[in-house]
Ligand binder design. Structure first.
Ligand code: F6P
Length: 335
């Protein structure tokens, strides 16, 4: 391998820059040139590329976002687009490609592999932590940290005003950010996709729980974490419903894209640095169509389709602790 391509794709994640830096440094270490494509797969189609050397990426790991930009590229799903990308890669004499992104980006990588002869390795970059085969994805630790910080702040005002709060977090179809931040900040309730699938929460059950907790504790502060897409109309609609129909003073708070910014947490910088290097070493070992992951303290290679076809479950022990040990209402197993 003499020349590799690299791109960041899909929703940006804190630590993507650290992963890019590691890819470029490792490539240079092994005598490989790195060509970065800007704006994800769109850059492959537009041939929007730039050669990156170590000196270009040395001091980027402390920033979220991605210096080579990211994008969601719908057109890349077409066979014609993948063929175009393959032709552009061949014209630049690129032997292998590193894709830093989440499940959509990995589907794109696998699709490209059907039309291109070069080797492809993925690096898991998404705040959602929803990729099978790695204990954590790059960006997840930072997102949980940001959500925890917001929940701590909300708690101050919830305590002061004896109010119910609903904090809506990201995560797409997975409850990792919800569970992690609820646990880290001691939230009274979590509404997570995995729990909703099993047994959707009714407003009546929620109101009953809120009132019971307030009664047991003798105060009104009650903070709930709601994963996005898990309530029609989201946190705002649920708060309005609680206040209008049940006379419960309640305020919504949507964290949104704040969860993707700021300084990446140490865990994300370190994971990104390790997996960026691992990606290059996997390529040098002849691996293809795999994700560079970390499982039980070992660097692993996971077949790309497994990363989205198989699912990492939520930590069952954390769920048990939240539901049973930390729940003041002993008969309600759903908090
Ligand atoms: O996949 C990362 C993520 O932040 C999800 O948590 C969220 O649902 C989505 O991206 C938001 O996408 P966009 O930035 O395109 O609005």
């Amino acid at each position: 391998i003499k020349r590799i391509g690299v791109l960041t794709s899909g929703g940006d994640a804190p630590g993507m820059n650290a992963a890019l830096r590691a890819v470029v440094l490792a490539a240079e270490h092994y005598g490989i040139e790195t060509v970065a494509f800007r704006h994800g797969y769109q850059g492959l189609l537009d041939n929007d590329h730039v050669v990156l050397q170590a000196k270009d990426v040395l001091h980027i790991l402390q920033y979220s976002g991605t210096i080579i930009k990211s994008a969601r590229c719908k057109r890349f799903k077409d066979a014609a687009a993948a063929q175009e990308a393959a032709a552009n890669l061949d014209a630049l004499a690129i032997d292998a490609l590193v894709i830093i992104g989440g499940d959509g980006s990995f589907r794109g990588a696998d699709h490209l592999a059907n039309h291109w002869q070069g080797k492809i390795v993925g690096v898991p970059g998404t705040i959602d932590n929803d990729l099978y085969g790695t204990d954590a994805t790059i960006g997840y630790a930072t997102a949980v940290n940001i959500a925890m910080d917001a929940l701590d702040k909300i708690r101050d005002t919830a305590d002061a005003m004896d109010r119910v709060f609903i904090v809506e977090v990201m995560g797409r179809e997975a409850g990792f950010i919800g569970l992690g931040s609820a646990m880290a900040a001691g939230a009274e309730r979590m509404i997570l996709p995995e729990l909703q699938k099993d047994k959707p929460l009714t407003v009546a059950a929620l109101v009953k729980h809120i009132k019971r907790v307030q009664e047991i504790r003798g105060e009104g502060s009650y903070v709930m974490v709601l994963s996005e897409h898990q309530w029609p109309g989201g946190a705002v609609a649920l708060a309005e419903q609680l206040e209008a129909e049940h006379h419960l003073p309640c305020r919504p708070c949507l964290l949104g894209h704040i969860q993707r910014g700021g300084a990446p947490a140490p865990a994300d910088r370190i994971l990104a640095s390790e997996l960026g290097v691992h990606a290059i070493e996997l390529l040098l070992n002849g691996e293809h169509r795999v994700m560079a992951g970390k499982k039980a303290n070992q660097c692993v290679a996971v077949p790309l389709p497994d990363t989205w076809q198989k699912k990492n479950p939520l930590d069952q022990n954390l769920l048990r602790i939240q539901h049973e040990i930390f729940n003041p209402v002993k008969k309600d197993r759903r908090t």
